[in-house]
Design a protein around this ligand. Sequence first.
Ligand code: BJW
Length: 369
Amino acid sequence: MSDPSSSAPMLNPADVADFQEVLRQSKRIVAVLGAGVSASSGLATFRGSNGLWAGQDVMQVATPAGFRHDPGLVWQFYSYRRREAAKAKPNAAHYALAELARRLPGFVTLSQNVDNLSPRAGHPLPQLKQLHGNLFNLRCVDAVNCGYEEHGNLRDHLTPALDPSSAPEAAQLGTVDSAARPKASPLLLAGIARKHATILGDAYRDRKPSSEDLTPLRGAATADADGEQQPRKTSDIRLSSGLTAADLPQCPACRTNILRPAVVWFGEALDPDVAAEAEAHFDEGLGKLDLCLVIGTSSKVWPAAGYAEMARNRGARVAVVNLDATDAAKNVRRGRDWVFVGDAAVLVPELLRPVIGAPETWLERPVSV
Ligand code: BJW
């Protein structure tokens, strides 16, 4: 087996041959994908660039609390990501995995990626579970009373206010309306800090949230003609992004709420159907799993981080493909798993070649690698 601590980019030919021997005989394979698969398509990974977007910690933007606090800012983040993903082209790793799916009915891909590049590479959809949703699907924020959902919305900017040419993103970042900021007690903030550390990980334990960071913005009560205190309308509230709710995509069904990206944020449950379909592949009743491919993920986010171990428990051998030797070596069973350090867009087609053949023979081929 490869030495997981090695940072040598060269693959060990004996490991490749050993992996490919098991691959040839495999009938049931699960692949777990992360953002590294799309890195060669030009998309930033989630924890790349120090995990920052426009100076914001993406881990805190991708939370329900972030959206409650400033939906405009979160929409700016996702508008940018939608544009980048729409401009990007699937790479050879997406095409190779799609080809494996076409050739092997017992192969399923459990992808954490929301960038739509696997579907665009022609990955058969019944064999692709998009665990964290898709940037091009939208839903009403009120899932209970409205439940509106829209799939495959590829519009460049969803509202004029989200058009980067009319208002550059950086210039839209403003300050919180301090008059509207409610007071949060130290006890409440400590509770939120504990919850944050559980959901986002230990790195967040010492980052004490302030009311400005985490408290949903509520309008200060205003007095009506009879002197009664009335809550301000949501659309009146100026948000720190400088956007009001009226600037954001509106739900066409209930005409009351705004839409949100249909992605899964930290602390939210995965879509129960998607989670059940994904986890069904580890069911005892389905018998032995032969192989699990863990490609381009830091394996930090659950439940996906647990799938390799679930596959091992069903008898699978595990192969990890990652550009970073340290990430690749994480959660690896020494002497049993394979570790292939390098670019997924290069390694995946090469490793799968005995089953999928050369790119010239694929039904759908990489546009450019
Ligand atoms: C290359 C490369 C190249 C670069 N080639 N490689 C159990 C224990 C502790 C906590 C939890 C737990 N169970 C649940 C939790 C809480 C939480 C969690 O996991 N927290 C941890 C961070 C501590 N999980 C959840 O909240 C999930 N919900 C849930 O489980 O509900 C029930 C529950 C709730 C609360 C408590 C307990 C149970 C939901 C998780 C949703 C994650 N959502 C996001 C955002 C999606 C929308 C969006 O994209 O904006 O999903 S977060 C973000 O991380 C995104 C990604 O899909 C996900 C994974 O990241 P990924 O893909 O691994 O990217 P990176 O950047 O981390 O890594 C890239 C890798 O590629 C690196 O290794 C590079 O080296 C490599 N690479 N270039 C090959 N060319």
